[in-house]
Ligand binder design. Structure first.
Ligand code: NAP
Ligand code: SF4
Length: 668
């Protein structure tokens, strides 16, 4: 991973590429100083080559109205801030040229044919030959401007179902002219862009092409077609082939946390065998070990990581220092990165709230060392304690249970969420590194907090809400904590009260074995890594569900029922629940629980769900002891601070908890 790569006219200092990730900062020129600081930290952290978020070459290429564009010399000085900042730290940076095609969320979108994407309400216009030629010129002009702005190269975005991918596949390309037909015609647009960019930007300019290796949609390409396209692009003069997996409209998960690590490396290895140019592996690579393994086995020449470098800017340096345990690992939750990008919010990272906020959330060394008590070693407390100690404070962290992690300990028990353990491991390391005094199995008393500390942070978290349903004390009733943390035995037929994030997680826990193998995962989703069938889609082989489940809520069952909280991950949960025949019911009134089961009223009729267990996933209540509060619930003593679930239990999530902890610690 640390070996340099000689491209002939330039050398990359190691094999790590920071993959393109739209942050929201690239769309407005006044945010470029923030974008520069964000990339500078990653370059300082050792990454060899950074690829920017997608930048359009003309307006029709926009992903959303007024998206970042580089097509006049007025744009150059803004981009120069970014390239200078990266070069200052010895890194290289390529601009990604993105034409969204029919994914453009505006009425001016274009594509190979006028076929609407299932994820976009706008129908694109089929490009005329003249429009294709002028778009090729626009790619070339932007590449030339990118060179003037100091970029070391460009990445031409040809995967994920964007315009060039739309031209490459019969799914969208129904043309009968020279830009359609067989794969030679369908790749012609991409090839022409590469040739034009090369002419405009010169030989000593890195051209990366991102090609879809596995479309994961009907009408996608086969292995032969993908290899033919890759060879044509190589012959056109690319320096590096980057790889993409799955169109955005694909209904196969490709990057969420339940996708096994490096699940798609075999597809990369296959294309590498037929090319001479270096090939980049991507998707669900999040540790140095897995990156090394891919490179050592010759499956790829470079590895691309985007989210892992949001989570830890120093990933490469830490790996180089042989301290992988100190890396803040991306847990592939999407909650602060892709979920934000899709709701047009600035991207950040759940485990690293400084990501994309490098100039705003700054951990300065304290001038006045204080004695700080943090009570509760859940996510909020851990974040606050470790940042405060990093700043030079004397921090004691009290935890009533015998281990740190709080709600994350339970989350990590859910199949497909094993990655959450990495955050606990990271905080264990941070406690050690920053010198936090950790007191496990220790309930702090009000008196000792009052006496011994300058600042007291209450991060005591939440406890499961027990709804007032007659019979809720029946032995068949369990809280989610009893099931996930204490591993209370659960029967075959189960009613789950509450269909929020934890209700959905509970379904996954009760339905699946932990840590399924890659083969089982590929079977479950029907993925053929060799693309011997179009798009790499084969018939899925589902395992029969391990239990019969009822997932219940009082509000009506809307479209989002069964999705959990994540915008970009919800459909994966819903699909799992649907194919496991989970009964999802809204408009439920809970009447009582007894030996017969759970008595409800549903659609104005009484019903009994004859279940072995009823599991309460009905939200949480704050644990707010240890301080005196005013009528608004705020501590009366200004030395006390309340964060995380102890502050507000509703819609608590780890993203808010970690951010709130870090922000408080930065102020103390
Ligand atoms: P939640 O999302 O607020 O859901 C609580 C559920 O309980 C709702 O379905 C609610 O539906 C029901 N409920 C509330 N009060 C009730 C009562 N008195 N009696 C019966 N049912 C009641 O809470 P959660 O599932 O406990 O999750 C807690 C937090 O963790 C959330 O913010 C969630 O986003 C986060 N989380 C995130 C993930 C993730 O993967 N990102 C996973 C798990 C949890 P009705 O009121 O309609 O009955
Ligand atoms: Fe990874 Fe989650 Fe951070 Fe995104 S928000 S970079 S998925 S840890």
């Amino acid at each position: 991973m640390l070996a340099p790569l000689d491209l002939g006219f330039t050398t990359l200092r190691n094999r790590v590429v920071m993959g393109s990730m739209h942050t929201g900062l690239e769309d407005r020129f006044w945010n470029y100083p923030k974008l520069a600081a964000y990339f500078a930290e990653r370059a300082k952290g050792g990454v060899a080559l950074i690829i920017t978020g997608g930048i359009a070459m003309n307006r029709r290429a926009w992903l959303a109205p007024a998206a970042g564009t580089l097509n006049t010399s007025l744009d150059v000085p803004h981009h120069r801030k970014v390239t200078d900042a990266v070069h200052e730290h010895g890194g290289k940076i390529a601009l990604q040229l993105l034409h969204a095609g029919r994914y453009g969320y505006h009425p001016f979108s274009v594509s190979a044919s006028a076929i609407k994407a299932p994820i976009n309400p706008f129908t694109p216009k089929a490009m005329s030959e003249g429009e294709i030629l002028s778009t090729i010129d626009d790619f070339a002009k932007s590449a030339e401007l990118a060179r003037r702005a100091g970029y070391d190269g460009v990445e031409i975005m040809g995967s994920e179902g964007y315009l060039l991918n739309q031209f490459l596949c019969k799914r969208v390309n129904k043309r009968t002219d020279q830009w359609g037909g067989d794969i030679h015609g369908r790749v012609k647009f991409g090839v022409s862009v590469v040739e034009a960019v090369r002419r405009a930007a010169g030989r000593d300019f890195i051209i990366i092409y991102r090609l879809s290796l596995l479309d994961l949609v009907e009408g996608g390409n086969t292995r032969d077609e993908i290899e033919t396209a890759a060879k044509a692009l190589e012959a056109a003069g690319i320096d590096i082939l980057n790889t993409g997996i799955g169109w955005h409209e694909a209904r196969i998960p490709t990057i969420v946390t339940s996708v096994p690590r490096a699940a798609f490396r075999a597809a990369t290895a296959q294309i590498k065998r037929v090319l001479k140019v270096p090939v980049v592996a991507s998707n669900r690579i999040n540790t140095p070990e897995i990156a090394e393994d891919i490179l050592a086995k010759g499956d790829a020449d470079l590895v691309s990581m985007a989210r892992p470098l949001l989570a830890d800017a120093d990933f490469v340096n830490k790996a180089a220092a042989a301290k992988p345990e100190s890396i803040n690992t991306c847990i592939a939750c999407n909650q602060a990165c892709l979920d934000h990008a899709f709701s047009l919010e600035r991207v950040s990272c759940l485990v690293n709230p400084r990501a994309c906020h490098e100039t705003e959330l700054v951990y300065l060394r304290t001038q006045r060392k204080k004695r700080i008590a943090v009570v509760g070693a859940g996510m909020a407390g851990l974040s606050c304690a470790t940042v405060a100690a990093e700043r030079g404070h004397d921090v004691t962290l009290f935890e009533a249970s015998s281990k740190i992690g709080g709600q994350f300990v339970m989350a990590a028990a859910v199949p497909g969420k094993e990655e959450f353990r990495e955050t606990i491991r990271y905080f264990e390391h941070e406690i050690e590194r920053t010198g936090v005094k950790l007191e496990l199995s220790r309930r702090a008393t009000k008196e000792e907090l009052d006496r011994g500390f300058d600042e007291i942070v209450i991060a005591t978290g939440v406890k499961p809400r027990v709804p007032k349903i007659p019979g809720v004390g029946h032995p068949k009733v369990l809280t989610y904590a009893q099931v996930l943390a204490d591993r209370a035995p659960v029967g075959q037929k189960v009613a789950i009260i509450g269909a929020g994030g934890i209700g959905v997680d509970m379904c996954e826990f009760l339905l699946h074995e932990p840590e399924i193998s890659l083969d089982a995962w590929l079977d479950e989703w029907g993925v053929d890594l060799t693309s011997s069938v179009p798009g790499g889609l084969r018939e899925p082989k589902h395992q029969p569900p391990r239990r019969e489940l009822w997932l219940l809520q009082r509000k009506p069952a809307g479209k989002r029922m069964g999705t959990g909280p994540g915008r970009t991950t919800g459909w994966v949960h819903k699909r799992v629940l649907e194919r496991s025949n989970v009964h999802m019911m809204g408009d439920v009134e809970y009447v009582r629980i007894d030996d017969e089961g759970l008595h409800i009223r549903h659609e104005d009729a009484p019903r009994v769900l004859a279940v072995d267990n009823v599991i309460l996933c009905a939200g949480q209540e704050s644990v707010r002891e240890l301080f005196s509060a005013d009528e608004r619930g705020r501590p009366t003593d200004p030395r006390f601070h309340v964060i995380g679930g102890a502050d507000v239990a509703t819609e608590l999530d780890a993203k808010r908890a970690i951010k709130q902890g870090a922000e408080l610690a930065a102020r103390l």
